[in-house]
Write a protein that binds this ligand. Structure first.
Ligand code: 7RM
Length: 531
């Protein structure tokens, strides 16, 4: 119980950090689980969580799990409209949020965005609001309550116990929305038993976790990487997991390295986009730090280019730390193809080998299996694994057709892949209309729908293009009726529209006004030509 479960590093390095031992965390989870019960949350209810990277986010998720409620975390960058769509899809009547959040120099309003979302969601019964930034917020009588007040109520009750709800292994644990090739994000459902087994198994084996290790995964808990490798995997393994509220470049580009030295981090797990953005600052912000505690480095979210791989291994790992390039998806729950740190061979740009138990298959466009080595094809998985997607919330048929119908008896990942002469796997990127911008999955159709909502836009087509830092950038071709007017203003208006409808992460990097789009005879846009 005295072992640290969570170390929390705030956005502002001047603010005090926090350490929650396993005993502290348990006590806080029990307490907040009672808050949820007092507010009418029952087993099976969906609870939407829209918070910044504070320890209470982990507490809120675990409290849901404790009482059998299904959490659905929404990344803080999504707009009110995106939240409303997800609330409707999940029929979530409960929300946990913060007044605001800090991200580098920026302060983000969270409760205000929720308020806008709730204009369209009258079925929401309760909103629990944690104080973080003390920014003024509106609190609606009967609906909105303060986290702190609700905790006091539980304390006056003499802090009752809250036994963990007994769950079936196949009962849902959470829903997490992810983008696909259609305009509507899917609610990926993971279950209690398999997901926790798989995240713990993969965490321990891929990173070769040893008791006492401090693990720092820099992802946001709003994405699957944070769910699996900040929260569930490390905590199931009894590790110490670091939650960082801020961004890698504030107050300066040495922030990650400050944190590594301050807490003696042993395992660092980050994304190629973060590595590439830090590379731009040179080695000066790195060289001021020792980084001697590091034992293992991990990469996730997108293909890592060789230059970034070598920089990471040389300047951060000092040539001493194995680098594991981990391939997986929201739908797989945990790492599927990756090296085992220090045990299996590494090769820059390659995720390398399937985890023990995972059976990758490459198929050609006709669904024929490509056997042998030195072949490229679509990546599928042959046999079920504990962490696999169970359904897409509210639409099981959609889950079947998206993942299990393209190729008979196989799970289709949507990724292209090459198997080299040594049998090592290299992920080559999506083969569908999904973009990967800074490790964030964004559907081209979602962005197009948003652009098309803008008055005057007749049609649009969105494609990805190679981007130095983000991996992929978003390029939009737009047919606009008033386009002889002020192009720059129209461009800004379109960006505003996309930000309102999806969120700033989906804003196109480039907008080109065109008079027509290349199409097939059946009217399908020819993205290959646009790319
Ligand atoms: C964990 C996560 C999934 C998509 C996936 C790939 C891409 C993820 C790697 C990668 C090359 C990697 N889940 N991807 N990891 N590509 N090498 N190591 O990112 O659902 O958000 O995205 O990300 O295209 O299909 S996700």
């Amino acid at each position: 119980g005295n072992k640290p479960a969570i170390i929390w590093e705030p956005n502002d390095p001047e603010e005090h950090h926090r350490v929650l031992t396993y005993r502290d965390l348990h006590q806080k989870v029990v307490q907040f689980a009672n808050v949820l019960k007092n507010n009418g949350v029952q087993k099976g209810d969906r609870v939407c969580i829209y918070m910044g990277m504070v320890p209470e986010l982990a507490i809120a998720m675990l409290a849901c799990a404790r009482i059998g409620a299904v959490h659905s975390v929404i990344f803080g960058g999504f707009s009110a409209r995106s939240i409303a769509d997800r609330l409707h899809d999940a029929q979530a009547a409960f929300i946990i949020t913060c007044d605001g959040g800090y991200r580098g120099k920026k302060e983000i309003t969270l409760k205000a965005v929720i308020d806008d979302a709730l204009e369209q969601c009258r079925f929401v019964k309760k909103v629990i609001v944690l104080t973080r930034t003390r920014t003024p917020v509106s609190m609606i009588k009967g609906r909105d309550v303060w986290w702190e007040d609700e905790i006091k109520k539980v304390e006056t009750m003499g802090n009752p116990d809250c036994p963990a709800e007994e769950m079936d292994a196949e009962d849902p644990l959470f829903i997490l929305y992810t983008s696909g090739s259609t305009g509507k994000p899917k609610g990926v459902v993971h279950t209690c038993g398999g997901y926790m087994v798989y995240t713990a198994y993969s965490f321990v084996n891929v990173f070769q976790y040893e008791p006492g290790d401090v693990h720092f995964c820099t992802a946001d808990i709003g994405w699957i990487t944070g769910h699996s490798y900040i929260l569930y995997g490390p905590l199931a393994a009894g590790a110490t997991s670091l939650i960082f509220e801020g961004v890698p470049t504030w107050p300066d580009a040495g922030r990650f390295w400050d944190i590594v030295d301050k807490y003696q981090v042993n395992i660092l797990y980050t994304a190629p986009t973060a590595i590439r953005s830090l590379m731009h600052y040179g080695t000066e912000p790195v060289s001021k730090h020792s980084l001697e505690s590091l034992k293992v480095l991990g990469s996730v979210g997108e293909p890592i280019n060789e230059e970034a791989w070598h920089w990471y291994a040389k300047h951060i790992g000092k040539g001493r730390c194995p680098v594991v390039d981990t391939w997986w998806q929201t739908e797989t729950g945990g790492i599927m193809i990756s090296g085992l740190a220090g045990i299996t061979p590494a090769k820059p740009g390659y995720a390398t080998l399937p985890l023990p138990g995972v059976q990758p298959v490459l198929v050609d466009e006709h669904g024929e299996e490509l056997e042998g080595d030195d072949v490229s094809g679509n990546l599928c998985i042959r046999f079920p694994w504990p962490g696999m997607i169970r359904t897409t919330y509210g639409d099981h048929e959609r889950c079947r057709t998206t993942y299990f119908a393209t190729y008979e008896n196989l799970y289709f990942t949507g990724d292209g892949c090459y198997r080299d002469p040594d049998g090592l796997y290299r992920i080559t990127g999506r083969v569908d209309d999904v973009l990967n911008v800074s490790g964030h999955r964004i559907g081209t159709a979602e962005v197009e729908n948003a652009i098309n909502m803008h008055a005057g836009v007749i049609e649009s087509a969105v494609v990805g293009y190679p981007h130095d830092v983000k991996g992929q950038g978003i390029y939009a071709y737009v047919i606009h009726e008033g386009h002889h007017g002020d192009d720059e203003l129209t461009r800004q208006d379109i960006l505003q529209t996309v930000t309102r409808l999806i969120g700033a992460i989906a804003k196109p990097d480039k907008i080109q006004f065109v008079s027509d789009l290349p199409k097939t005879r059946s009217g399908k846009i020819m993205r290959r030509i646009l790319r």
